[in-house]
Design a protein around this ligand. Structure first.
Ligand code: DAK
Length: 257
């Protein structure tokens, strides 16, 4: 499948999507989001793929939604045309997705990164939700996800001032899982993804679903959900294989069932 705004490849059991609109710092237009959804759907339905990495260029993961595409829209045109509806599908993926971020990660770019399961950043990464400077506020989950990552005080600071945060601050406050050098960013992300993909796919998917529950429910409901899925894992061959392999001091061979 030939895409205009992204590059798609597989590396072993890992899917790799590179955002590729260099002339616009990977600004996320409707076509790009549609292509990204299509690529992710392809990886979701491919049993060979266990994890996906989304990355951008060294200068920009993505500088936000495409302001030039948004600028002239009317309310009624956007509402009737379901403008920007495609964005939510990214957060509905069941297999894990890792964001590998270098350079600018702004607005919708940061919202996209936060829809991934975790962010690995290079030390050049810069994060912001600068929508306020454009006379709007974040609209792809930023006002909801950012406080869950970094707490209300810092989220308010970023959303109301529009300021940029560097990688060190982003890691310190819990937005970013790891910081690496720009040269090693892709390798680190691909090797983390390969590790995830080496485990039992259904178990990984259940673990992802369960951690995401923590964001959406009370502690007791979340723990109950965890218990149910945990016990259901004993109905899989992979649980038997994983534990048997440990006892026999060998590498497990997971069959994804
Ligand atoms: N949109 C369109 N074009 C962009 C862009 C963007 N977000 N960011 C950069 N570009 C373009 C620039 O216009 C420029 O194009 P030409 O002038 O060469 O044609 C080219 O990329 C290079 O950018 P600069 O010349 O500005 O490069 P600099 O290094 O000087 O500055 C910068 C880099 C990242 C600081 C600057 O480009 C910048 O401030 N960019 C805009 C950042 C921004 O405001 N981002 C937030 C956009 S609003 C929703 C979903 C998503 C959203 C909302 C709702 N729903 C699902 C409802 C998201 C909204 C947003 O992200």
């Amino acid at each position: 499948m030939a895409y205009q705004n992204i590059l798609v490849e597989t590396r072993g059991h890992v899917g790799l999507v590179t955002l590729h609109r260099p002339q616009a710092l990977n600004a996320l237009n409707e076509t790009l989001i549609g292509e990204l959804n299509e690529a992710l759907a392809g990886f979701e339905s491919n049993p060979q793929i266990g994890c996906t990495v989304i990355t951008g260029s060294e200068k920009a993961f993505a500088a936000g939604a495409d302001v030039k595409e948004m600028a002239g829209k009317s309310y009624i045109e956007s509402y009737l045309g379901r403008f920007l509806d495609g964005w939510t599908r990214i957060s509905e993926t069941r297999k894990p997705v890792i964001a590998a971020v270098s350079g600018f990660c702004l607005g919708g770019g940061l919202e996209l990164a936060m829809m991934c399961d975790f962010i690995i950043a290079s030390d050049t990464a810069r994060f912001a939700l600068p929508e306020i400077t454009l006379g709007i506020m974040p609209g792809a989950g930023g006002t909801q996800r950012l406080p869950r990552f970094i707490g209300k005080a810092k989220a308010m600071d970023l959303i109301l001032t529009g300021r940029m945060m560097d990688a060190t601050e982003a890691e310190r406050c819990g937005l970013v899982a790891r910081i690496v050098t720009p040269e090693t960013l892709l390798d680190e992300a691909l090797s983390a993804a390969a590790k995830v993909a080496s485990y039992s796919q259904p178990i990984v998917m259940m673990a992802k679903e369960t951690v995401n529950r923590a964001q959406e429910t009370s502690l007791s409901e979340g723990a109950r959900f965890e218990r149910r899925l945990f016990l259901s894992m004993f109905a899989t061959e992979d649980q038997k294989e994983g534990m048997k392999a440990f006892i026999e001091k060998r590498k497990p061979e997971f069959l994804n069932r």
